[in-house]
Structures are given as structure tokens and as C-alpha cells.
Design a protein around this ligand. Structure first.
Ligand code: ADP
Ligand code: ZN
Ligand code: ZN
Length: 804
């Protein structure tokens, strides 16, 4: 009888995307469980890698030989059975490697690095010994070029050999405490001390106090007090008076919020009460229903979420709530933590790896019952989930751009079925996909059509920028918007100004010859960053200084183009010199906590105008904001993207929703070069349903989602003709394999034809029902992966955000 473990190894290539069998040594048999990380030898060489146990089975007779599991890296599984099944589902759903999906689901700190070392080989030479010196092993990655060359030569001679070592990143934070020895008689100890042993007297005094009070203070606190230092404590430990005990602590990113008194549930409005009752009934009945909550901005959706969560908790179940990345920092966290305190674990990209790891462990250990987080929080190891909530469900940030290309909404819907729990998809402007599903009865549509306290939605004025200058406009500002800003300044009210940066970036162009500075690795112009005075490629990270003369013709007439937030800020200072302006964009929020600092300052009234990019459109709730201005509504409309109108409508509606949320009435100004465009007109009327109907008609005519499902396939290769050849043969394969109803668009060069020195070609498949599609794509993937050694990469993106 042998016990065999099936292991997915950390080598993402085709041959390793299925589990491998390993023998479980007797000594490990009792402790090993599926969902634990292990360390194994892989392939013919001595290579050692990390892996995940996905199954264990006893086998009477094993044909062939089995390598053993070398080590188990966990005491308890890091993936429970639901997590394991989810990872498998995710791999099939996204056409990604299973191991990549597993790693996506786990905190970064649980990734095990494999380090290559060189050690003395079977035929050691003097040179090899000299190279190692007094060290037993050298880390290959640390060596300089010349040494690496010698090492490679010595490896070939067997004078050196490769060894693999693992480096687990998981670090538990510990704090040292002073524990007075319970049985110690400090009075007796003092009697034996000399009178001038001041330090020891002081220590005994302190220990006597702590013993009496039953406290075990942190060493850092004792030392900070100044009377004693660590050496005194160590000396006390030697005498048996105390022990220094390392205790595990969590890195708690929102500890200060947990200390505050909890907020009480608000009495619900009649509309809120109806919605809450409907969803709560499904929570109680453990019914896997999906509710689309269409509620205008400021209609109190968040209060509904909080009360539904409270109901799940009262039933001893847990709750998961996803919010867009930006909304998390920080107002939404305050509201959920404010209601449920330390029961809430928060997960988003603004946390350090250590903080993320600790929040994850609190969830895994059942110490947190509510999870609030961005996209990847959908994988949090919460058990017994009673309700799932996705706020602003239309947000594009729920879709991950690189492998695994998953949509958090799909993950949530899948998990909700497993947990027999309802899902709330909330938005003022639902995605067309979700709203269409509600129309078909797949989801239940719930409405919150009014703002709280019947505050009206703010009137929206559309300003035609095509003749703004004729009417006294200056720079990027129409006369109307300027007047409205001045009125707010005079009244001491606040304004929010948004610069829509979608489909547009600032770049540097020569006015003499038109030369635009391009990335040397990618076919795209470099983006200007004023704060560091550099040009950067947002794709490969290339960075260079801003040129003072044109690199092409030598002219000095090189100019910065595009209305960056910095430029608008300058203009504001010139036009409204007394206004205090806060700017919020990627440059001012790059540092940790940057969002929070700016919003706190604005909330505290330290500025009159908050100027920012899209990131100010969501979730802000400031009572003193009575004016919202959109400087350029249109930049996104020009993009060759079938979702351009939808995104523009959503953005304008969201940002307009920031005005007049409390007792003071609000007003919105939208500056546009396409004032007649239906996306802008429907946003002006706060008419989501009208927009939905018109946009659906357009999608229907163009055979776009949600009438069709879509998949985008991308092929890349360092040589352009290779990439082109591959995509054309792939298009042929697909046309033969799929039904005549499927539409294959392209192939075309990628929107950015060259990226990181690789050429990209793509095609898009539109279909309604293709039972053979997944298998065909999987086959394509396997065939090309076999060719990946010759430089091909294939990317498959289910329901891409755009076709570009
Ligand atoms: P939404 O999420 O739909 O934009 P919010 O949940 O932010 O709306 O609610 C808007 C404002 O109304 C918030 O300041 C919130 O505290 C307040 N609010 C919500 N529900 C109630 C209620 N039942 N009674 C009083 N105020 C409420
Ligand atoms: Zn680049
Ligand atoms: Zn030039």
C-alpha cells in the first residue's frame, strides 16, 4: 500500500498543467492534506520546486517509480476544498494555468521562491573551491557576469553542481513580551541584592507590579519607558525572574477604526425596507438568487448592504462585499468598519504584502466574518458565506487584464451557487450585460429610484464647447463653469472638477516637424510625468528625461500636449487666484494613503476645489459639495470601442452623483464637444433606463454583447511575420471548428502592434451558442504552448472589455 499525492507543480508550461503523482513518505502521511503546499523534485534533473497537493489517494500497487514528497510547507491547508475546486474551475474558465490560478487566489506571501544555488560538484577542482571560498553555496542570482561565466564552465565540468533551495516569503510578525515568572518571589530576590544594583532593583519593582496586575507588557513599551533596556530584561530572564515571549500579532491596517464605537443601523426608508426585506428573505432561505439593485446615486444602497450583512451575521453566517479599488480608499472602509468593527477584514492593493497576509489569515481562521475588498478579495477563504455583494457592479476594474483574465462577478456568482447564498449586484448604472439578464428574468431587478430624504438629483447643464470661446470661455473653462465656481467660492461651498483622461494621455510633440517621442520597445508614445520631468512607457516601464530639443529635427519648439491635471491646476490658479485647489491623480496618490490624505483634507474643508481624474467620480459623499464640473466629457467617446458610450454614460452619471447629496442643492456642468450625443443627453436626464434601451438597440444592430458572447485571441512573437502567420492559421482552424453562426473578426494587428519587442495579432470570436468552443480553444492553446519554446505566446480573453 502506497499513499500517492497529486501535485500541481509551480512550473507553468503545458506539460505541468496536470497533477503529477508523488509518493507520500510514511512520516508525512498523517499530516498531509489536499490544499497544502509541498516541496518536490521535478523533471529529470535535480530541480526542486514548490507545488500544491490537489488530491491524495491510497494505491495498492503503483506501476512505475514515484518520487517522494520532500517536505510539507504548511501545518494546515492554505486552500480548503471549496478553494481547490474554485481554482480548477477558474483555470478552465480563463484558459490559464492551474498553478497560476492557485497563486492568484493566495496572498503573495504564500508564494515560495525557488532559489538556484551552486555547490561543489562530484569532480571538484581547485578553481571551483576557490570560487566558493569558505561558503558552502552561492546564490546564482547574486553573481556578477564574469563569475556567472566561470560558474557555467565549471558546471559543465561537474566541478560545481546546481542545488535548489526554497525561500518561503510567509513571515509572521511577532512582538516580544515580558512575562513575570509566576512562582518567583521578588521580595526574597530583592533581599539578596546589593543596594547599589540599581537596575536590578528597578526591574524587580516593575516585575512586582506586573505580577500583581497580571500584565505582560511588550518589551518595546518597557524600553520606550526609559527606565530599563533590553539587556536588563535578558539578565532578568537568566535569573529566572521572567521569560521573554515572542507572540504573534497581526499587521492591522485599520486598527484605529476598530477602536471606535460602532455605528447603529439607520431607520430605513420605505423603498430601502422593501429591498432589504426581499434580499434578507433569500439570505434566510439560503436561496442562490441574484438581485440587480438599480439605485440612483445617493439612494442609500450602502445602508441596504450593511443591514443585509447584519442579517447574515445574525444567522451566524459570513458576508463578502466587493467594491472598486478606488472606492475602498477610504470612505467605504470607514462605513463598513464603522458598523462591524474588527469583524471586517479589508483587502486591496493599497495594503502591504504583510498586511494582506494577516488579513487573509484572520479570514482563514474564522476571526473575520465580513470581507470588504477589491477584485481579488473574491477569492478570500471565507466559509459559510450568507450573502455576496458587488457594489458598482459595472466597474471595469472587476475584470483582470492579465492571466488569469477573470471577472470578479463570475467568481462571485460561481461561489454563491456553492454557498447557496444570494448575490446583490448594485449600481446606479448597471452594466448592459447585467441589466439585460434582469430583463430576461435571470436576475431579479430591484429599484431605489429616489435619493434619501427626497433630495433631488442635481440639474445637469451641458455646455457646448465648440463655441465656448465666443462666449468668454478661457483655456479649458467655459464662462458658465467659471461663474458657477466663483459663486461657490463666494458662498463657501465646495466643488469637484473632473478631467476625463480616458482615451487620452499627455505626450510631447515637436511643433516644427510633428515628431512624438516613442517608446523604443513598444509602438506607443511615451507619457509625460510632470512631477519627475520624465517620459514613461506605461506598458514596459521605460523611462527617459523630457528632451529640450527635438530628437528628430533639433528644433527647440518642443511642446507638451494634452490637458493634464497639472495644467488645469495651473489654469485654475490663474483664473481663480483665491481658490484653494487639491489635485488627485496618479501622481498625487502614488504614495500609500495618498487618497485618504487628500480626501480627508477636502472633507475637513481645507480646499474649495477637488480637481481630479476618474478616481474622484466614485463613492465620495461630501455634504458641502454643491457643484460638479466635467471639463471634457468626450475624450472617451472617440475611442474605437463598442463600450465607449456605456463607459461615458456611467462616468458622467457617477460624477454628477457627487453633487447635492445632503441638504444643500447641487448643480452639474458638463463641457462637451458632442453635446447632442445620446450618452451625454441621457446622463443629463439621469435616465439610465432610456440609455439602456437605446444602447441595446445599437448593440443589437452591431451584433455586440450582450447579444453575443465574445472571446479575443491574441498571438505574439518577436518576429512580425511569424505572429501574422500563426494568427491566420488559427483563424482557419477556428472557422472550421465553429458553427456558421459564429463570427470571427479579423485577424488584425493588435491596437499596439508592438509591445516589449513582441508583435501582436488578434482576432475576436462572437457567438451565441458554441458547445465546441472551449475545447477548440484549449486545443489551440495546447498546440501553441508546445511551440512556446520557439517564442509564441497565445492569450485568450473571455468577454474582453474592448476589442482593441
Ligand atoms: P448610494 O450608495 O446609493 O450612493 P449612500 O448609501 O451613500 O447612497 O447614501 C447616501 C447618504 O444617505 C449617505 O450619507 C447615507 O448615510 C444616507 N442614508 C442612507 N440611508 C439612510 C436612511 N435610511 N436614513 C437617513 N440617511 C440615510
Ligand atoms: Zn514600452
Ligand atoms: Zn522636430
Amino acid at each position: 500500500m502506497t499513499t500517492v499525492a497529486q501535485v500541481i507543480v509551480d512550473v507553468p508550461t503545458l506539460q505541468t498543467d496536470k497533477p503529477f503523482d508523488y509518493a507520500v513518505p510514511q512520516a508525512l502521511a498523517a499530516q498531509l492534506q489536499p490544499g497544502m503546499r509541498v516541496w518536490v523534485q521535478f523533471g529529470r534533473g535535480k530541480r526542486q520546486v514548490a507545488g500544491m497537493v490537489v488530491g491524495i489517494r491510497p494505491v495498492a500497487e503503483y506501476a512505475g517509480t514515484l518520487k517522494p514528497i520532500l517536505a510539507v510547507l504548511d501545518y494546515t491547508p492554505v486552500l480548503n476544498p471549496e478553494g481547490l475546486a474554485l481554482s480548477h474551475w477558474l483555470a478552465a474558465q480563463t484558459f490559464a494555468f492551474w498553478i497560476t490560478c492557485i497563486q492568484t487566489m493566495l496572498p503573495t506571501m504564500l508564494k515560495v521562491d525557488t532559489q538556484k544555488n551552486v555547490v561543489l560538484g562530484p569532480a571538484p577542482t581547485a578553481e571551483a573551491k576557490a570560487l566558493l571560498g569558505d561558503q558552502s553555496a552561492l546564490l546564482l542570482a547574486d553573481l556578477d557576469e564574469a563569475t556567472t561565466a566561470s560558474v557555467i564552465r565549471l558546471l559543465a565540468q561537474d566541478a560545481l553542481t546546481l542545488a535548489y533551495r526554497r525561500k518561503d516569503r510567509a513571515k509572521v510578525k511577532q512582538v516580544e513580551h515580558v512575562v513575570p515568572t509566576a512562582t518567583a518571589d521578588f521580595a526574597a530576590a530583592r533581599a539578596t541584592l546589593r543596594a547599589n544594583a540599581t537596575k536590578q532593583h528597578r526591574l524587580l519593582d516593575a516585575l512586582t507590579q506586573w505580577q500583581a496586575a497580571g500584565t505582560t507588557p511588550a518589551v518595546s513599551a518597557v524600553v520606550a519607558d526609559g527606565a530599563l533596556n533590553r539587556a536588563d530584561l535578558v539578565a532578568g530572564q537568566k535569573r529566572g525572574w521572567l521569560t521573554l515571549e515572542a507572540r504573534e500579532v497581526y499587521r492591522a491596517p485599520y486598527a484605529e477604526l476598530d477602536a471606535q464605537p460602532l455605528t447603529q443601523p439607520l431607520p430605513l426608508t420605505a423603498e430601502q425596507a422593501t429591498v432589504t426585506a426581499t434580499v434578507t428573505a433569500a439570505v434566510v432561505a439560503k436561496q442562490n438568487d441574484t438581485f440587480l439593485l438599480e439605485g440612483v446615486t445617493g439612494s442609500g444602497k450602502t445602508e441596504v448592504y450593511l443591514q443585509v450583512i447584519a442579517k447574515a451575521l445574525a444567522m451566524h453566517r459570513t458576508a463578502m462585499m466587493l467594491v472598486p479599488e478606488i472606492a475602498l480608499t477610504p470612505q467605504m472602509v470607514h462605513r463598513v468598519k464603522g458598523r462591524f468593527g474588527a469583524a471586517v477584514a479589508v483587502m486591496h492593493s493599497g495594503l502591504s504584502d504583510g498586511e494582506k497576509f494577516d488579513e487573509w489569515r484572520r479570514i482563514q481562521r474564522g476571526e473575520a466574518q465580513v470581507v470588504v475588498g477589491a477584485r481579488s478579495a473574491a477569492f478570500a477563504p471565507l466559509t459559510n458565506i450568507g450573502v455576496f455583494i458587488i457594489d458598482e457592479e459595472h466597474e471595469t476594474s472587476y475584470k483582470q487584464d492579465d492571466a488569469p483574465r477573470y471577472h470578479a462577478r463570475d467568481v462571485i456568482l460561481h461561489r454563491a451557487a456553492t454557498h447557496h447564498a444570494p448575490v446583490i449586484l448594485g449600481s446606479a448604472t448597471p452594466s448592459l450585460e447585467s441589466r439585460a439578464r434582469a430583463a430576461k428574468g435571470v436576475y431579479t431587478l430591484l429599484h431605489l429610484p429616489h435619493r434619501i430624504n427626497d433630495h433631488p438629483l442635481p440639474p445637469v447643464h451641458i455646455i457646448d464647447m465648440r463655441d465656448a470661446y465666443k462666449h468668454g470661455g478661457k483655456e479649458d473653462f467655459s464662462a458658465e463653469l467659471l461663474t458657477a465656481l466663483e459663486a461657490r467660492l463666494a458662498r463657501g461651498e465646495q466643488s469637484v472638477l473632473m478631467l476625463n483622461r480616458r482615451g487620452y494621455s499627455s505626450f510631447v510633440m515637436c511643433r516644427e516637424c510633428g515628431f512624438v517621442v516613442q517608446c523604443p520597445n513598444c509602438d506607443i508614445s511615451l507619457t509625460l510625468h510632470m512631477d519627475s520631468h520624465t517620459l514613461r512607457c506605461h506598458y514596459c516601464g521605460h523611462e527617459e528625461p523630457v528632451p529640450s530639443v527635438c530628437p528628430s529635427c533639433g528644433s527647440k519648439k518642443i511642446r507638451y500636449y494634452g490637458t493634464g491635471t497639472q495644467k488645469v491646476e495651473q489654469t485654475l490658479h490663474e483664473l481663480l487666484p483665491t481658490a484653494r485647489v487639491l489635485r488627485m491623480d496618479v501622481d498625487t496618490t502614488r504614495k500609500k494613503g495618498g487618497h485618504a490624505r487628500i480626501l480627508d483634507a477636502f472633507g475637513a474643508g481645507q480646499a474649495d476645489i477637488l480637481l481630479g481624474t476618474q478616481m474622484i467620480a466614485k463613492g465620495l459623499d461630501f455634504p458641502n459639495v454643491t457643484l460638479v464640473g466635467v471639463i471634457n466629457a468626450d475624450t472617451g467617446l472617440g475611442m474605437p470601442d463598442f463600450r465607449a458610450s456605456e463607459h461615458t454614460f456611467q462616468l458622467l452619471t457617477q460624477v454628477a452623483g457627487r453633487a447635492g447629496r445632503a441638504d444643500k442643492a447641487g448643480e452639474v456642468f458638463i463641457q462637451s464637444f458632442n453635446p447632442e450625443h445620446y450618452a451625454i443627453r441621457y446622463a443629463q436626464a439621469h435616465d439610465y433606463e432610456g440609455f439602456f434601451r437605446q444602447e441595446m438597440a445599437i448593440r443589437h444592430r452591431g451584433d455586440y454583447p450582450p447579444y453575443y458572447f465574445t472571446v479575443r485571441v491574441t498571438v505574439s512573437h518577436p518576429e512580425e511575420d511569424q505572429a501574422a502567420k500563426a494568427i491566420y492559421s488559427l483563424a482557419n482552424t477556428l472557422r472550421q471548428a465553429l458553427s456558421p453562426q459564429a463570427i470571427v473578426l479579423g485577424p488584425t494587428p493588435g491596437a499596439i502592434a508592438r509591445l516589449k519587442n513582441r508583435y501582436f495579432y488578434q482576432l475576436v470570436i462572437k457567438y451565441k451558442r458554441e458547445p465546441a468552443l472551449d475545447a477548440t480553444l484549449m486545443q489551440v492553446l495546447n498546440d501553441t504552448q508546445a511551440a512556446s519554446r520557439t517564442g509564441f505566446f497565445v492569450g485568450i480573453d473571455r468577454e474582453p472589455q474592448s476589442f482593441m
